[in-house]
Each structure stands twice: as structure tokens, then as C-alpha cells.
Design a protein around this ligand. Structure first.
Ligand code: HEC
Ligand code: HEC
Length: 497
């Protein structure tokens, strides 16, 4: 049995935090969750089963970090630029709220599985409510409430937490798309001067021009990095509302640093708080495997009105961006370290089969998987109304899988219902969406949303009925919790012997 292969140190590490979740009466001593021998090094991964790695990742996701672990920043400006010295409220030295230091665990912002139930359903890895909305990422000097209803009244971003479900399939799809674009780049370079179309999995990413041997990327569309020569040039980056993070790992590095001041510092005290090795590479690997092996959203039976809604979604033009499904060529997702942006299959440390539970993606005829994401992994301009403080209105197409459960909607959670979300990303600035017409504010979705509004109430309801079939998974990580309780039982047995 898999569990017997665990080292004692590892068994202890996992027993303490998870016993409580598994319903054990023993109170958990949070001081022991993230200390000493229990911590995971990159070299430990080779001796751990996939589920042991996932459990270690779940501990990272649910562990409340403390100051002794490296929570928070020190007094010195950070030399690496990962996170500079931040203030705190009332000089409490731990929480700031605007500009990060805004949580103690990943779980507290990623915890709502469904808003559709009463009361709402909680679980590991879900979305955050309005209360979890992050303020001031990218700027942190002021919030000016005396000039209301202006996007400039906060010097920073306002972002609502999405769920982590299906992340492994998305990472894998993005890796294959990146590979395709990199091949097109190399072919273009080999062919010399000219203009070359770019596309991946049938999604159009504009074109590349080479003149006098020099790459001109001004025709590239929908990709965050358009700087030739950069490692992330022409890399599909599906994560983050702005589509600017290539993998769950790169995302997690930023999340740990921004929310908690926990840095992967390789023995250097990057944030000057007197704690070194706040996060090990191995812990980050485990965390990315945990996030990348979360459950997959699913769809309930599409019938009647919803069936008509499905056709309307297509005829209105919604599916030009919200592409219902895409296929991968392989079903094996490789988690990488170190990651090389333009080599998406290099340095794999852990491989998972995406058709296995709990991801359970459907295998396709190519031997890959079908990902029913309702998105194109491409960035679009969403109009002046949705622009952020700095005038940036580019957002990655939000995946609509799970959408029935994940209110509030849009990047900052401004839309409290799905209908509001649809109308507001076509060209109205705020929640007054009873309006039957929108203004063209440059949003690429203006045409489709105009079609939606022009269609009338019955057709709109049919579209909403279809979107209501797109559900979040239950998100309880049952198998992991069961494993954790077994680890905990084994651990007790060891003690008794
Ligand atoms: C204070 C709230 C908060 C905390 C704490 C938090 N997150 Fe998030 N998370 C967010 C927000 C907001 C976003 C959207 C960020 C963006 O668009 O750039 C997000 C996005 C993500 C995404 C990308 C999802 C996607 O599909 O684009 C991942 C993965 C993620 N978080 C993992 C984590 C992990 C791991 C931790 C703990 C280390 C964590 N988060 C802690 C608020 C939070
Ligand atoms: C040009 C591309 C494009 C078109 C066309 C488009 N959308 Fe979107 N959609 C987006 C983007 C980008 C977002 C994310 C906006 C944000 O983060 O603020 C989004 C977000 C959404 C959301 C909110 C999801 C969430 O979880 O926050 C819904 C619902 C939605 N779209 C439905 C539709 C429907 C229905 C149509 C057709 C009437 C449509 N979209 C047409 C690009 C598009």
C-alpha cells in the first residue's frame, strides 16, 4: 500500500495539519505545521508518491504562516525586487491589506465552492467573495473615496480571486500552445524576412514580421510578452486575470510573496525580516502539484431551454472568445523546475495523467484530453469601462466552466450576477445594467454583447440557462483527506507500538 512507503518524518509532517480537517478531535498545534524535518526539499520529491506530494502541497495551501516562518517583510528594502518593504496598519507589523500582506493562508481567499447553495458551500480551492478582493496589487499609495466611481480612485488594482479548479488541464493546454508558437517563431526565423501568421490550437494570435533579420512583434495579439528575445516571448500565459502568469508555479511564487511576505530565498533573507529559507523549492513544487491536480469543473445535462442557449452562445459570437472546448495532444502534464518559459516541456520533476482522478479529464482520440474551458487562453481589450487605474484594459478570457457557482464576476468582482457580467463587459461601466443598450467603449465583446441585448428576454434567459449547467466541482479533495486521516492513523499506531 502506498502509505507504507512514506518516511516517518513525512508521515508526521502530514498528520498534524490534516487530522483536524479529517475530523480528528485532537486540536492542531499550528506551530508544528511548517517546521524542521517536516519541510519538503526538491530532492525529497523523487521518494514521495504523487498523493504524498499533493498532501504536502495541500499543507502549503491551508497552512497559516507565522512571523517565525517568515510571514511579513523586514525593515530593509528588498534587493531582489520580489517584494519591497511594506508598511502595516497601526504599526501592527503583520497586516497591511492594501498592497498585499492581506491574508495568512491561501485557503482564506480560495474557499467558496458554490454561491448557488444556501448557505454557500465552502471547500478548499474555490473562489473568494467580495470581502477577499485584493486591493492595490501594483500600486499602494492611496485609495481616494472622495472621488467616487472613477477608476483612478485607487492607485493599484482591484482583483477578485478565481478558483484553482481545472488548473492542471489549463497549464497543459497552455504548454502545448506555447510549443506551437515557438515552432512558428523558429520556422519564421529560418525562413527570413516576411510576415508570418501565428496560431495555436486554432486560436489566432496575430502575426510576426521579420525585416532585415529583426523581429517586429507589433502584430502579435493576445499574448502578454511581446518582447523578442525574452524567455517568455510568445509564451501563452493563462493564469491571472490579465493572462500574465505561465504556470501555477510562477503564480504561486508571487502569491506567497505578495499575500504573506513568504519568499523562496535560497538561504538569503530577501525581504530582510531575519528569516531565511522561508519557502523551499520543494515546497513550491508540492504546492504547484496540489494546485495543478485540483478537481475539474463539470457540466450538468444540457436540455430544453439550455440547449437553445448553447446554440445562441455560438450565434451571438460569445464562443469566438469563450471557445467551448480544446484538445491536447498528450494527457501527461509535466510540472517543471526550473521553468524555462519558451521550453514548456523542459525540466519536468513530476508527471500526472490528467485522465486520472481527481482531474478526470476526458481522453480524446489523439490520446490527449478534452478541456471544456469556454475560453481561448488569449488576452482581449475589454473597453474603457473595465480598464484599470493605469488605463490597462487587457484581460484573459475568463473561463466559463463552473460559472454557475462562482459569483461575483469579472476581474474585480463588480458584477454580482451572470447577466450583469455579460452586459458589463460589453460596454457599461457599473452595475446599473437594467439598461437595454450599451455604449461602444472599444470592448472587443461589444458586438457579441449587443447581440445578446438585442435578442430579447427569452433568448437571454436561454443563454443564462445554458451557463447554469456549468458547475464547479465539490472541491472537498475527499481522497486527499482520506489519505491524510490514514496517515494520521498510521502515525498514531507508530506511537502506540
Ligand atoms: C488575499 C486573497 C488571496 C490569497 C491569500 C491568495 N490568493 Fe490566489 N488569487 C487571489 C486573486 C485576487 C487572484 C487573481 C489574481 C490575478 O488576477 O492576478 C488569485 C489567483 C490565483 C491563481 C490563478 C488562478 C487563475 O485561474 O488565474 C492561483 C493558482 C492562486 N491564486 C493560488 C494561490 C495560492 C497558492 C495562494 C497561497 C500561497 C493564494 N492563491 C493566496 C487572491 C488570493
Ligand atoms: C472578445 C472576447 C469576448 C467575447 C466575444 C465575449 N467575452 Fe465574455 N469575457 C471575456 C473576457 C476577457 C472576460 C473577463 C473580463 C474581466 O476579467 O473583467 C469575460 C468574462 C465573461 C463572464 C464573467 C465570467 C467570470 O467568472 O467572471 C461571463 C459570464 C461572460 N464573459 C459571458 C459572455 C457571453 C454570454 C458572451 C456573449 C454575449 C461573451 N462573454 C462574449 C471575453 C469575451
Amino acid at each position: 500500500m502506498k502509505l507504507r512507503t512514506m518516511t516517518i518524518a513525512c508521515a508526521f509532517a502530514l498528520a498534524a495539519p490534516l487530522a483536524a480537517i479529517a475530523g480528528d478531535d485532537e486540536p492542531v498545534d499550528i506551530r508544528n505545521l511548517f517546521t524542521g524535518d517536516d519541510r519538503v526539499q526538491q530532492s525529497d520529491l523523487a521518494n514521495m508518491s504523487r498523493d504524498e506530494i499533493r498532501l504536502a502541497g495541500m499543507r502549503m495551501f491551508t497552512n497559516p504562516f507565522r512571523v517565525a516562518d517568515g510571514f511579513g517583510d523586514g525593515d530593509d528594502a528588498n534587493p531582489t525586487g520580489i517584494q519591497t518593504e511594506r508598511g502595516s496598519l497601526q504599526n501592527n507589523t503583520t497586516f497591511q491589506r492594501i498592497g498585499g500582506l492581506d491574508g495568512q493562508t491561501c485557503l482564506e481567499c480560495h474557499s467558496i465552492i458554490s454561491r448557488r447553495t444556501v448557505p454557500m458551500t465552502f471547500g478548499i480551492g474555490g473562489v473568494g467573495g467580495v470581502n477577499n478582493t485584493v486591493l492595490g496589487a501594483g500600486g499602494n499609495t492611496f485609495v481616494d473615496l472622495t472621488t467616487p466611481n472613477k477608476k483612478e480612485n485607487i492607485d493599484g488594482r482591484v482583483i477578485n480571486p478565481p478558483f484553482i479548479f481545472g488548473a492542471g488541464g489549463i497549464e497543459h493546454l497552455a504548454n502545448e500552445m506555447t510549443e506551437e508558437l515557438q515552432q512558428q517563431l523558429h520556422a519564421a526565423q529560418a525562413a527570413g524576412d516576411g510576415t508570418y501568421p501565428l496560431s495555436a490550437k486554432g486560436v489566432d494570435f496575430g502575426s510576426l514580421t521579420i525585416a532585415g533579420g529583426v523581429i517586429d512583434a507589433s502584430g502579435v495579439e493576445g499574448i502578454a510578452n511581446v518582447t523578442p528575445g525574452d524567455e517568455d516571448f510568445l509564451v501563452v500565459q493563462p493564469f491571472g486575470r490579465k493572462g500574465n502568469e505561465k504556470s501555477t508555479r510562477t503564480f504561486d511564487v508571487g502569491a506567497l510573496s505578495f499575500h504573506f511576505g513568504m519568499a523562496v530565498d535560497h538561504g538569503n533573507d530577501h525581504d530582510g525580516d531575519g528569516v531565511v529559507n522561508e519557502v523551499f523549492d520543494g515546497e513550491l513544487s508540492a504546492l504547484s502539484v496540489f494546485v495543478g491536480t485540483a478537481q475539474t469543473p463539470f457540466q450538468t445535462k444540457v436540455k430544453g431551454k439550455a440547449k437553445r442557449g448553447e446554440r445562441l452562445l455560438n450565434s451571438m459570437g460569445c464562443t469566438e472568445c469563450h471557445i467551448p472546448k480544446m484538445d491536447t495532444d498528450s494527457k501527461l502534464l509535466g510540472f517543471r523546475f526550473p521553468e524555462i518559459g519558451n521550453e514548456p516541456f523542459a525540466n519536468v520533476h513530476t508527471t500526472v495523467d490528467l485522465t486520472e482522478a481527481p482531474m478526470s479529464f476526458e481522453e480524446n482520440d489523439n490520446g490527449g484530453v478534452t478541456i471544456e474551458l469556454f475560453a481561448d487562453l488569449k488576452r482581449h481589450y475589454m473597453g474603457e469601462s473595465l480598464e484599470e487605474f493605469n488605463g490597462d484594459g487587457m484581460f484573459t478570457t475568463m473561463r466559463l466552466w463552473g460559472v454557475a457557482d462562482t459569483a461575483p464576476y469579472l476581474h474585480d468582482g463588480r458584477a454580482l450576477t451572470i447577466r450583469d457580467a455579460i452586459v458589463m463587459h460589453g460596454g457599461v461601466p457599473n452595475a446599473r445594467t437594467n439598461a437595454t443598450a450599451i455604449t461602444d467603449d472599444g470592448s472587443e465583446a461589444f458586438g457579441a454583447v449587443s447581440n445578446f441585448l438585442a435578442a430579447g428576454e427569452a433568448d437571454q434567459k436561454a443563454v443564462l440557462a445554458f451557463l447554469d449547467t456549468l458547475r464547479s466541482p465539490d472541491g472537498t479533495f475527499d481522497a486527499l483527506l482520506e489519505l491524510a486521516s490514514k496517515v494520521s492513523d498510521d502515525d498514531d499506531d507508530d506511537d502506540d507500538e
